[in-house]
Design a protein around this ligand. Structure first.
Ligand code: NAP
Length: 246
């Protein structure tokens, strides 16, 4: 039997990048996957199509995680389709990089609405709707450990996700649910590569022990482990997936 057979897993922001790699990997390990997206319907449908053609089971569901009503509907639609949700992967996120002096009110609100309120909205739904003995994996970033200029609001939002996780792990542990954080290092996706010159990417790659940036599947493999029953005794932890960068 595959490791994640019988598990129903909701992955937010799974239309591309790390979320898409997670959806594909979880499905290949037997999970039924809800591929959430905000705007990229075509890309989400393609991920679902790839899973179905490989013999897996998945559906795409639209919801902007920053909107509480949409998140409520996302959970209800997923449960109505599959009967339950066992694992929540809170991957959806954005990264705005600007010096603090140049950051607008709107930049701040958008960064926090998607990364922090988005995570908060899904955790609140999960409180009552995630199955007993399930798992939650939230997304922070290795940038919270390296303090680089221009990452102020981004690392502040991810720091908030880390603290929400630690408290929620204690609150929901009574239902046998473990809650962890993963903190990827620089990873080869649109969020990381967009607008970065080659030399900047190479410099960041040189900060890992292996002189490369991560690939989405490097992250997906660890998320698959954390979603499995083998990882149940790990909770409230922040796991760096960054090739030794920090
Ligand atoms: P990405 O390639 O930009 O993909 C982001 C995904 O999130 C897309 O599927 C997007 O879907 C979705 N999304 C954005 N806003 C959303 C919203 N309001 N509601 C629902 N979905 C939304 O990003 P990524 O690099 O894969 O990043 C995934 C996670 O890893 C993020 O939390 C990021 O902070 C974290 N991370 C990334 C890196 C890195 O180097 N790449 C490093 C550390 C941490 P739509 O297109 O449909 O909007």
């Amino acid at each position: 039997m595959k490791t994640l057979s019988e598990k129903v897993i909701l992955v937010t922001g799974a239309s591309r990048g790390i979320g898409a790699a997670i959806a594909l990997r979880l499905a290949s390990e037997g999970a039924k996957v809800i591929v959430n997206f905000a705007g990229s319907q075509e890309a989400a449908d393609k991920i679902v199509g790839d899973i179905l053609s490989a013999g897996g089971d998945a559906i795409a569901l639209q919801a902007d995680v920053s909107k509480s009503e949409e998140v409520k509907e996302l959970f209800d639609a997923a449960i109505s389709h599959y009967g339950k949700i066992d694992v929540l992967v809170n991957n959806a996120g954005i990264m705005l990089t600007k010096l603090i002096k140049d950051t607008t009110d709107d930049d701040f609100t958008r960064q926090f609405d998607i990364n922090v309120r988005g995570t908060f909205n899904t955790l609140r739904e999960a409180s009552t709707k995630l199955a007993h003995h399930g798992s939650i994996i939230n997304f922070s970033s290795t940038t919270t450990r390296v303090m680089m200029p221009t990452y102020g609001t981004y690392v502040a939002s991810k720091g908030a996700v880390e603290q929400l996780t630690r408290v929620f792990a204690k609150e929901i542990g009574t239902r046998g649910i473990n809650v962890n954080i993963v903190s990827p290092g620089p990873t080869n996706t649109k969020l990381f590569t967009d607008g970065k010159p080659r030399e900047v990417i190479d410099r960041l790659a040189s900060l890992s022990a292996f002189n490369r940036i991560g690939e989405p599947d490097d992250i997906a493999k660890i998320v698959a482990f954390l979603a499995s029953d083998e990882a149940k005794w790990i909770s409230a932890q922040n796991i760096g997936i960054n090739g030794g960068m920090a």
